[in-house]
Design a protein around this ligand. Structure first.
Ligand SMILES: C[S@@+](CC[C@H](N)C(=O)[O-])C[C@H]1O[C@@H](n2cnc3c(N)ncnc32)[C@H](O)[C@@H]1O
Length: 622
């Protein structure tokens, strides 16, 4: 039996709450390690599918249930226990389902729609009259108010018909695809002989009237079909508009006849606010608008499920795409055998600054934790990476041959490429590390030498790239050069465990998410496969799993960070900006892939980075 994963951090409050749900063994996925380049930690080339990507499903509102009631209800009973009819669009032609719906409170949003604005009622001229209350709580509620200032195409429409009748019919639509029809019989409510009829009786009565009395329709005429036509016409006109990207599913809209006499059409996506896989437990919204004022097809408010200090949204402005399936974790979690030995006893005096207090950066003499970065802290007082430190890290990526390498006799990476005849080790670059203060240090959590461990603070967004790279990550704000963006978080696996996952792979996976931890390769002797570590964000990871590759001139660089372990086979991999990055720019890093390596058992993806330094020559030629 696999042991459950262990959280790496010591503070209980920071422990990921997800370990009990891991089911790692069952979901083990394959991957093949890439041939390593000289750049240290890198994304391991392998093939993973987005197996977990799931279509968004709609369902009938849970409040609906079958009605057995035969006896007509009195007006009072009706007010307390109203009935409803729900029609699932896909079944509509074959059957009409009659169900009861628990009456929503007047101010309640209608099934996933944010109806929190001012109530709207209609004037007799058919124009919306904001906040005027004409029909008590039976008026069409705030379908319009929230969107009053939207782009013209997104503006709600509302119509009112009453002529000289005692009843009043209002139809309103919102830019979210909701059409609400309100039949208001208020004027008759006080009369002594007033009894609310059953809805199916009303339908029969109307159909009969049209067929027998008016003789203007065929015998198969159905009011419900007419209403369905109305909904579908709405949907058709809405989706024919080139400017509006409607939610994807057209198969499972729901027509609701609610207790307050209103009929609501909920289009496929809006009818279910919890359609995202229960494993993710992420709420789906189609309500948010992108920077062009257009509504994205898919929008998640926070993929981190509240586990980061900042929300990270996900948006898809292009159309149908499965949502990424993975479990968001803000900190690394040990899968099973990785030997990450975190204990205060192992941190000796030279590895911490126990006599410091407050902010180490404000002290005139750099503390022991700065030894790793040549006696100077890696960070500036503003929390950015120091210019010269960043320059040195970039030089290591650009001209690794100019820097220090170690070579192993039996290289696990070469062996992963060719088990029977592994090539000679091509060398592992000994990279620059950041050493942050930690728990045994005397400084406080606001110390300037604790940047990565404080977590993500930038406004980030996952989005569907238009170049065919799948999902990507972008910043929603300008990021100065040297800004910490996020660390690469995933399951900590031994290389051996990663190979095991490879073996169980279907081989059809589209994207890959494992990264090697080999920045200080060789410093503790040659690590065997069962000791050398990697991070796999395929099933459990953070937002960094969405960062795409760009050859050579990515705007992020990955830097190893020592936090809680003085040894180097385990460390954090943190991303910093290599230059100022504009708002809405995609964030990218160079995975270090050798696109020319034909001997590798797994082909690298066709690079679509569009960099003028792109190393994928085939793609370039095309
Ligand atoms: C760590 S994931 C990045 C997120 C991924 N795009 C997604 O949708 O989940 C790495 C995978 O993204 C895709 N990818 C990343 N950079 C790419 C690029 N420059 N060109 C084409 N595909 C890329 C490849 O499929 C790669 O295996």
């Amino acid at each position: 039996m696999d042991e459950p994963s262990r959280a790496l951090d010591l503070e209980e409050s920071e422990m990921p709450q997800t370990t009990s749900k891991l089911e790692i063994k069952d979901r083990s996925q394959p991957c093949l390690a890439d041939s390593r380049t000289d750049s240290g930690s890198q994304l391991i080339r392998s093939k993973f599918t987005d197996k977990g990507k799931q279509p968004i499903l709609s369902h009938v509102p849970s409040g609906c249930r079958k009605s057995n009631s035969k006896k007509p209800l009195s007006a009072q009973e009706q007010a307390n226990k109203p009935s409803c009819i729900c029609i699932e669009r896909e079944n509509m032609s074959s059957k009409v389902q009659r169900r009861e719906l628990i009456k929503p409170k007047a101010e309640q949003p209608v099934a996933g729609l944010p109806l929190s604005g001012k109530p709207i009622s209609m004037t007799n001229s058919g124009l919306p009259r904001s906040s005027e209350k004409s029909n008590g709580d039976r008026s069409v509620k705030p379908l319009i108010s929230k969107y009053e200032n939207m782009h013209k195409k997104d503006v709600c429409s509302a119509h009112n018909y009453n002529g000289n009748c005692k009843t009043n019919l209002n139809i309103a639509s919102s830019p979210l695809g909701e059409v609400k029809i309100l039949l208001n019989c208020d004027s008759a409510l006080g009369q002594r002989n007033f009894q609310i009829p059953r809805f199916d009786e009303v339908l029969n009565f109307v159909e009969d009237k049209y067929i027998r009395s008016y003789k203007i329709v065929k015998p198969q005429f159905s009011v419900m079909k007419l209403l369905k036509d109305l909904c579908e016409s709405f949907l058709k006109l809405a989706t024919d508009s080139p400017d509006i990207s409607f939610p994807i599913s057209s198969s499972a809209g729901v027509l609701k006849n609610c207790c307050d006499g209103s009929i609501t059409y909920l289009n496929g996506n809006d009818s279910d606010s919890s359609k995202y896989s229960s494993e993710h437990n992420l709420e789906f919204h189609s309500k948010s608008f992108n920077h062009n004022g257009k509504r994205p097809s898919q929008y998640l408010d926070d993929i981190t499920k509240g586990s980061e200090k900042v929300k990270i949204s996900l948006t898809n402005e292009f159309g149908n795409e499965h949502l990424p399936k993975f479990n968001y974790i803000p900190h690394n979690v040990i899968y099973q055998n990785a030997n990450v030995n975190i204990s205060l006893a192992r941190i000796v005096d030279e590895d911490c600054c126990s006599s410091c207090s407050g902010d180490c950066l404000s002290s005139s003499i750099p503390c022991a934790c700065a030894r790793e970065t040549g006696g100077e802290f890696a960070y500036t007082q503003q929390g950015l990476l120091r210019e010269d430190f960043l320059r040195a890290c970039l030089s290591m990526k650009k001209d690794p041959q100019e820097h220090h390498f170690v070579y192993c006799q039996d290289c696990p990476i070469e062996r992963s490429n060719n088990e029977s005849m592994p090539e000679q080790c091509k060398g592992h670059l000994v990279r620059k590390f950041i050493k942050e203060c930690w728990r045994k240090c005397g400084c406080d959590m606001q110390c300037g030498n604790r940047v990565v461990q404080r977590g993500i603070t930038c406004k980030l967004q996952v989005f569907l790239t238009c170049e065919g790279k799948g999902w990507g990550l972008r910043t929603l704000e300008v990021l100065p050069k040297g800004t910490f963006v996020c660390e690469y978080v995933g399951e900590v696996l031994t290389n051996l465990e990663l190979y095991d996952r490879n073996l169980k792979s279907s081989g059809n996976e589209r994207h890959t998410y494992p990264v090697t931890l080999d920045a200080d390769w060789g410093s503790e002797g040659i690590l065997r496969d069962e000791e050398a570590l990697c991070l796999d964000a395929t099933f459990h990871g953070n937002v960094a799993r969405f960062i795409n590759h760009r050859c050579s001139d990515g705007n992020l660089v990955e830097i190893p960070v020592e936090v809680e372990t003085p040894d180097r086979h385990y460390y954090h991999l943190a991303f910093f900006t290599t230059r100022q990055v504009s708002a809405m720019e995609e964030l990218t890093w160079d995975y270090g892939i050798d696109f020319d390596d034909r001997s590798h058992p797994v082909k690298a993806f066709r690079c679509r980075c569009k960099s003028s330094f792109c190393r994928d020559k085939k793609r370039k030629r095309k």
